[in-house]
Design a protein around this ligand. Structure first.
Ligand SMILES: Nc1nc2c(ncn2[C@@H]2O[C@H](COP(=O)(O)OP(=O)(O)OP(=O)(O)O)[C@@H](O)[C@H]2O)c(=O)[nH]1
Ligand SMILES: [Mg+2]
Length: 340
C-alpha cells in the first residue's frame, strides 16, 4: 500500500533539575554552595534518508521521545545531557506543525536535517545563585520542559514523469507496459484510486520513475473528483505526459481541458515540459489513423501509441529517457552554480 501522510507526536527531553548542595569541609559543617546544573534534555531531529521510500513505518510508531537530562550533582557536577534522537524520513518529506500549520522543513536532500523539538535547558544549581547578599542560597531551578509538538509528515512522490489524463485514457496500462508495476487496469473510469509508481530502466543505467495517478476530470483544480489529492502527487515531477484516448470525441479539446485543469491548480504545472500521447491506436483501422495534430506549442513531443501492440512505445521511452537526463543535468549544473 502507498502511504504518503502520517501524523506523529514528538517530545524533546526535559532538562534535569539543578542541585542544592554545600561543600563539606572538616573545619566547617557547611561550606559554600556547590549544587551543579541539570543536564539539557535531548532534542528531536528529522533527517532525510534516500534509503526510505514511504512513510509506512510511522503508522506503527507514532511517538518519538528524547530522553531527559540528568539532575545536577554535588561538587558543581553538571548532570549528563539526554541524547538527541534522529527520526529518519524519506527524501522529499515535508514536516508541518499541526497546531500552528507552520512548515518546519522540506527535507529534499539526503542527509539534510532539521531540529524539530528542542530539549529543555537544565536547571541551575544553587551555586549559580550566590550573590553578595546570599552566600548560601537554598534554592535551585527545576529543569525546563522540552518542546512537544504534533507534526504531520507529507511525502510527495518524487517521480520524474507524471502521467495525466481523463479516466480510462490508458495511463495504468502504459505504466504496466513500460515498468514492472502491475496497477489495476479496467474498462471503467476511476479504476486507479491511489497513485502507482514504476521504474523504467534505461541503457545508461540511470532509470527514471513514472507516476500513474487517478484520472482527472473537469473541475479537478477546484477539488472535483479528488483532484487536489491527486495533483499533489505530480507537483514535483520533471515531465508531464498527457494521455488522450484517440477513440473519444474531440481529442485535442480534451488535451486543452486537461492543461487548463493543471493551470488552475498550479500555474507552474502548465509550464512543465510535457508531451502529448494519443492512446489506443490499435483500435482504429490502420488506414484511419490520423493524429489530430502533429506538433503543438510548448509540447516537446506529439505521438500516437498503443500499449497493446507496442506501437510508438520504444520511441517514447527513448525520448523520455533523454529528456529526463537533460533536465537532471541542468539541475546539477544550477546546483553547482549556486554553490550547493
Ligand atoms: N485497445 C487498447 N485498449 C487499451 C489501451 N490502453 C488501455 N486500454 C484499455 O482501456 C481501459 C482503461 O485503461 P486503464 O489503463 O485502466 O486507464 P486509466 O487511464 O488508468 O484509467 P483510470 O485509472 O480510471 O484513470 C482498459 O480496458 C484498458 O485495457 C491500448 O493501447 N489499446
Ligand atoms: Mg488507472
Amino acid at each position: 500500500m502507498f502511504v504518503d501522510k502520517a501524523k506523529i507526536q514528538i517530545a524533546a527531553g526535559e532538562g534535569g533539575k539543578g542541585m542544592i548542595a554545600f561543600r563539606r569541609e572538616p573545619h566547617n559543617s557547611r561550606g559554600g554552595p556547590c549544587g551543579g546544573r541539570g543536564g539539557d534534555g535531548g532534542s528531536v531531529w528529522f533527517e532525510a534518508d534516500e534509503g526510505l521510500a514511504t512513510l509506512m513505518d510511522f503508522r506503527y510508531n507514532r511517538h518519538y521521545r528524547a530522553p531527559r537530562g540528568q539532575h545536577g550533582g554535588g561538587n558543581n557536577r553538571t548532570g549528563a545531557g539526554g541524547e538527541d534522537i534522529v527520526v529518519r524520513v524519506p527524501a522529499g518529506t515535508i514536516i508541518r506543525d499541526i497546531e500552528t500549520g507552520e512548515q518546519i522543513a522540506d527535507l529534499t536532500r539526503h542527509g539534510q536535517r532539521v531540529l524539530a523539538a528542542g530539549g529543555g535547558r537544565g536547571g541551575r544549581g544553587n551555586s549559580s545563585f550566590v550573590s553578595a547578599t546570599h552566600q548560601a542560597p537554598q534554592h535551585a531551578e527545576d529543569g525546563f520542559p522540552g518542546e512537544q509538538r504534533e507534526v504531520e509528515l507529507e511525502l510527495k512522490l518524487l517521480a520524474d514523469v507524471g502521467l495525466v489524463g481523463f479516466p480510462n485514457a490508458g495511463k495504468s496500462t502504459l505504466l504496466s507496459r513500460i515498468t514492472s508495476a502491475r496497477p489495476k487496469v479496467a474498462d471503467y473510469p476511476f479504476t486507479t484510486l491511489t497513485p502507482n509508481l514504476g521504474v523504467v530502466g534505461t541503457d545508461t543505467g540511470g532509470g527514471f520513475v513514472v507516476a500513474d495517478i487517478p484520472g482527472l476530470i473537469e473541475g479537478a483544480h477546484e477539488g472535483k473528483g479528488l483532484g487536489h489529492e491527486f495533483l499533489r502527487h505530480i507537483e514535483r515531477t520533471r515531465i508531464l505526459v498527457f494521455l488522450v484516448d484517440i477513440t473519444q470525441e474531440q481529442p485535442l479539446k480534451q488535451y486543452e481541458t486537461l492543461l487548463n485543469e493543471l493551470r488552475g491548480y498550479a500555474p507552474a504545472l502548465a509550464q512543465r515540459p510535457r508531451c502529448l500521447l494519443f492512446t489506443k491506436l490499435d483500435v482504429l483501422p490502420p488506414d484511419e489513423i490520423e493524429l489530430p495534430v502533429s506538433r503543438l506549442d510548448g509540447v516537446f513531443m506529439v505521438a500516437g501509441i498503443s500499449s497493446v501492440s507496442g506501437r510508438g512505445i520504444d520511441e517514447l521511452m527513448r525520448t523520455l529517457a533523454s529528456r529526463v537526463e537533460q533536465i537532471r543535468a541542468g539541475e546539477r549544473e544550477s546546483a553547482t552554480d549556486s554553490g550547493g
